[in-house]
Design a protein around this ligand. Structure first.
Ligand code: 9MR
Length: 514
């Protein structure tokens, strides 16, 4: 196992010193039983003992001591969204808020969830952007923080409201094309912004050697059913997406904003739904938990604390449910303050624990109750599919057409005497399509620009490229640097990528310094 990953997992299990945290916090009656002698006194430590993280969404102006004391993971509530940090060409801007949060998390040994890369909402300058521009942004954002981000929400809220099970009819999903009209976007000839964004994200993570895991996140996907026992079609649609793209998706986020909307209630089959995703080999996280304090319109009505307990228990009972994040610290500072959905009251760093807090702490302290091995073993790395049950791979080429082995880069011709070399550093191919990453290295001296020429097999063509300008789509295609990646120091490299239809065998990229 790589050492970064080992370290991250160790950190996730490290309890903070519990010293000052045994506070009598709340005037509200504690509904949980008295903690046992060995019980932990913070959410963070109790969760770590059970082998999961307990986190919080935060903003730079709310980094009070409680953040690092009670929580082992941090999600920027707004500071990493495209409307904050993306330029219209997919570059980065205004990253200071995000940097502050990442630094704070790092100095408090907290995991970070990046939120979010591809989203129809809060898209800012990226609104209406092409897949190529989204890919550029994905690359820039992932590379900025590298392994300091444990989990990235690559695609957020791709599915429509009202339990239809359909993708949103909004950009970026309006870029999708169902080539054979079979009602899904999973076929090789289809265009799917989810697939293409995950492919790009995976390439960037692999090229950078990062430990970052890539997640898809949505709301109203929590239970197998919604109110009235109606099948949760939105959850089923998410399940189909993860099944089809399992090779690129490492984790699934259930936002878990529970209220009295018929599609947003807590059902008894929450655990079974978590379990079926976990059975695909992905980690499952509860990513944005808040629970309306007045769920009077649904059938469960047992009180907010008991509802919190139920959600925490459902996660604890599935070993691959590896984290829970609440969407803010205190009711008054929450996006839905009138529903009093969080674990604390108060504000500005002066917080009081609610009954819900004590219920969560108590439930975490009870630990997992799984039939699978105990959590001393880290969760299976989802980038390594279990050998017994390989993930569904919709892209496996038919036997008649031997697949290109992505672990064996196509032959390349480095040309060190000219000052730069080009190699295929990653290649992902499926029946009828491919994605290639090309690495440009300054061999002996710094270069200030480059161009790379390669020849595609007959019948193949490039459909989009990122981090390079290109001329030509088929036959011999020329790629050259863009404004931000022309300068490469001696011995260093930069990478660009392209996607295409057909095959990508025998590429032989040749680099010329500009
Ligand atoms: O909590 C966030 C709030 O401060 C913002 O105004 C809002 C804007 O869309 O986004 C909220 O966070 C959302 C999250 O990014 C995605 N899932 C739903 C969350 C609550 O709306």
């Amino acid at each position: 196992m790589n050492s970064d990953l080992t370290r991250r997992r160790r950190l996730a299990r490290t309890a903070l010193p519990a010293a000052a945290l045994l506070l009598i916090g709340s005037a509200v009656a504690v509904q949980s039983s008295a903690p046992a002698a060995a019980a932990e006194t913070t959410l963070r430590a109790a969760a770590a003992n059970a082998g999961l993280f307990f986190g919080v969404a935060a903003s730079p102006n709310r980094l009070y001591p409680i953040v690092g004391q009670e929580f082992g993971q941090l999600t920027p509530e707004n500071d990493m969204k495209p409307d904050r940090i993306a330029t219209s060409s997919g570059g980065l801007q205004n990253t200071s808020g995000a940097d502050t949060l990442v630094n704070h998390a790092q100095s408090n040994n907290m995991l970070v969830r990046g939120h979010t890369l591809v989203w129809h909402s809060q898209a800012g300058a990226l609104q209406g952007a092409s897949q190529a521009t989204l890919n550029t942004f994905i690359g820039n954002a992932i590379n900025r923080w590298g392994s300091r981000i444990a989990y990235w929400d690559v695609v957020n809220e791709a599915l429509e409201d009202n339990n239809t099970g359909r993708r949103r009819n909004q950009w970026p999903h309006t870029m999708n094309r169902d080539a054979n009209g079979d009602g899904d976007f999973f076929d090789p000839g289809d265009t799917d912004v989810i697939r293409d964004s995950f492919i790009r994200a995976k390439q960037v993570v692999q090229a950078g050697g990062y430990t970052t895991k890539l997640c898809i996140n949505d709301y109203d996907v929590d239970g197998l059913t919604v109110q009235g026992g109606v099948r949760n079609r939105k959850a089923d649609a998410l399940y189909d997406i993860v099944s089809n793209y399992r090779q690129y998706i490492d984790c699934v986020g259930f936002q878990a904003h529970f209220n009295d909307n018929p599609n947003s209630i807590i059902t008894d089959d929450l655990q079974a739904n978590i379990q079926r995703f976990a059975d695909l080999g992905v980690e499952v996280h509860i990513t944005e938990l808040d629970i309306d304090d007045d769920l009077s319109n649904n059938d469960i009505g047992a009180g907010q604390a008991e509802n919190y307990r139920k959600v925490v228990r459902a996660c604890l009972n599935v070993e691959r449910c590896t984290g829970i994040t609440v969407w803010g610290i205190s009711d008054s500072e929450s996006w839905r303050s009138s529903e009093r959905g969080l674990l604390f009251t108060g504000g500005n760093g002066n917080y009081q624990k609610k009954a819900a807090y004590h219920a969560v702490l108590d439930e975490l302290n009870k630990g997992r109750n799984t039939t699978t091995p105990p959590p001393s073993e880290p969760p299976v790395d989802p980038t390594t599919p279990p050998p017994s049950e390989p993930p569904v791979d919709p892209t496996t080429p038919p036997p008649s057409e031997p697949p290109v082995d992505p672990t064996t880069p196509a032959p390349t011709t480095p040309n060190p005497t000219t000052g730069c070399s080009a190699t295929v550093s990653a290649l992902d191919a499926w029946t009828g399509g491919f994605v290639v990453t090309v690495r440009v290295t300054a061999t002996t001296a710094p270069i200030s620009g480059w161009s790379v020429q390669l020849t595609l097999p007959s019948g193949s063509s490039v459909t989009n490229a990122w981090n390079a300008d290109r001329s030509g789509n088929s036959g011999t295609v020329q790629f050259s640097n863009v404004s931000y990646n022309g300068s490469v120091n001696a011995g260093q490299y930069t990478e660009f990528g392209f996607q295409g239809v057909g095959t990508a065998t025998g590429l032989n990229p040749v680099c010329t310094p500009a």
